[in-house]
Design a protein around this ligand. Structure first.
Ligand code: FES
Length: 318
């Protein structure tokens, strides 16, 4: 995982409990290019690592723009960003990763943002706008005051369906909103927002026969261990020269932390991709939401924060 430094150029109030953080490269350096839908990890004061989507136009070469909600259920990350980040601070960040890629060749794209889920959606809208592709946005939020980046979306002059619960008298009917947007040729549907909204999105897309449905999650869906997952296996860390056992009282993740192995854990729930590790031998039991089915089947990498093992021995490139 490549890490770099960037400095906090701007902190801005965007909406109720939401600030934007603009990061700039260190003097004489560049920021790696990114694709719409990508995210980076912020290494925060106190040792926390958290992933945030990039909201700006991917043609910008010298800025990463994040939108961060002060989450009431924060495990410390968003609170730290809101309370401790200051303009001028230098942060360690990861290079961008993209688990939510845009299919730029689609005939039409429907981009659905739920609350702070607008961040990757905005980057996607800017990209599709720049390419001159057909797309529309559905923006769902509790209220207009709680909706960030409305001006940036409005500036794109693209079709936006706004739904603010307080004005509409309740939450949106996602099924109807999707049904009203039947595929025009090869249409792709994207959604980012709260887990319950994404669960509903996936269910309704399946019911409507919308095959090109994509989600980006900020929280995990629990993936159960496979029937043939082992409760006891050994792990060799090839680079560190360390061998240990995982048994029913512990997990690979806990053991790696206890041994202070240098893995850049971020979400620790299998959805950000920060802990992706090369598998040199053995068969993982994949329980992440990052890898595609084909990637999981190839067993070349695994997310060591949540995954287990189906073989007696696992050899990792750590
Ligand atoms: S730390 Fe996020 S997938 Fe493992």
């Amino acid at each position: 995982m490549s890490l770099l430094k960037a400095w906090v150029h701007t902190l801005r109030h965007e909406a109720q409990d939401i600030i934007s953080v603009a990061l700039r490269p260190m003097p004489g350096e560049n920021l790696p290019a990114f694709e719409a839908g990508a995210h980076i990890d912020l290494h925060l004061p106190g040792g926390l690592i958290r992933s945030y989507s990039l909201a700006n136009d991917c043609k910008e070469k010298d800025r990463y723009l994040l939108g961060i909600l002060k989450d009431k259920a924060s495990r410390g990350g968003s609170r730290c960003v809101h309370e401790q980040l200051r303009v001028g601070m230098t942060l360690t960040i990861s290079a961008p990763r993209n688990n939510f890629p845009l299919h730029e060749e689609a005939d039409h794209s429907v981009l659905i943002a739920g609350g702070i889920g607008v961040t990757p959606i905005l980057a996607m809208a800017q990209r599709l706008h720049a390419l001159g592709r057909s797309f529309e946005v559905v923006y769902l939020a509790r209220s207009q005051a709680a909706a960030a980046f409305c001006d940036a979306l409005t500036a794109l002059a693209c079709p936006v369906h706004w739904h603010f619960d307080d004005q509409a008298g309740g939450p949106p009917k996602l099924q109807d909103l999707l049904a009203q947007r039947a595929p025009k040729g090869n249409t792709h549907y994207y959604a980012c927002g709260p887990g319950m909204m994404l669960d509903a999105f996936e269910k309704f897309c399946a019911e409507l026969g919308y095959t090109h449905a994509h989600t980006e999650r900020f929280s995990a869906v629990e993936v159960k261990a496979a029937d043939d997952a082992r409760s006891h296996y050994s792990v060799d860390l090839r680079k560190s020269g360390v061998t240990f056992e995982v048994n029913s009282g512990t997990t690979l993740h806990k053991q790696l932390i206890a041994l202070k192995v240098n893995v850049p854990f971020s979400c620790e729930e299998g959805f950000c991709g920060a802990c992706e590790t090369r598998v040199l031998e053995g068969t993982p039991d994949h329980r992440d939401m990052v890898l595609s089915a084909a990637e999981q089947a190839s067993n070349q990498v695994m997310m060591v924060c949540v995954s287990g093992c189906k073989s007696e021995r696992l050899v990792l490139d750590l």
